[in-house]
Write a protein that binds this ligand. Structure first.
Ligand SMILES: [Zn+2]
Length: 101
């Protein structure tokens, strides 16, 4: 990544004051660097994507986590989820085996 900055005067979107060679407004402190704003946006999107991927990865373990929950109602839900998952995968395995024949 290059650090060269060609734009010198950037107008603040909040207060309208021009600031030279800075990512932030000298008057109100608002972020005025378009590049920086884009970077932050990209970073936020990336972060959201990672969070989502993490959630997706942890999701199969939800039943297991619920089963270990101290509150019995959550435990029951965990067991139900667990058995549903087992039944579904058993049916899937059986169907796969059946179709293969
Ligand atoms: Zn400003």
């Amino acid at each position: 990544m290059s650090v060269t900055r060609t734009s010198s005067n950037v107008k603040c979107g909040s207060c309208g004051v021009f600031t030279e060679n800075s990512d932030y407004c000298k008057n109100c402190g608002a972020l005025i660097s378009h590049k920086k704003i884009q970077e932050l946006k990209a970073e936020k999107i990336k972060q959201e994507f990672i969070e989502e991927a993490k959630y997706e990865l942890e999701n199969p373990g939800v039943a297991k986590r619920l089963m270990q929950h101290p509150f019995f109602l959550y435990k029951i839900i965990g067991w139900i989820l667990h058995s549903v998952f087992l039944v579904v995968s058993a049916i899937g395995a059986f169907l796969g085996w059946f179709i293969a024949w």
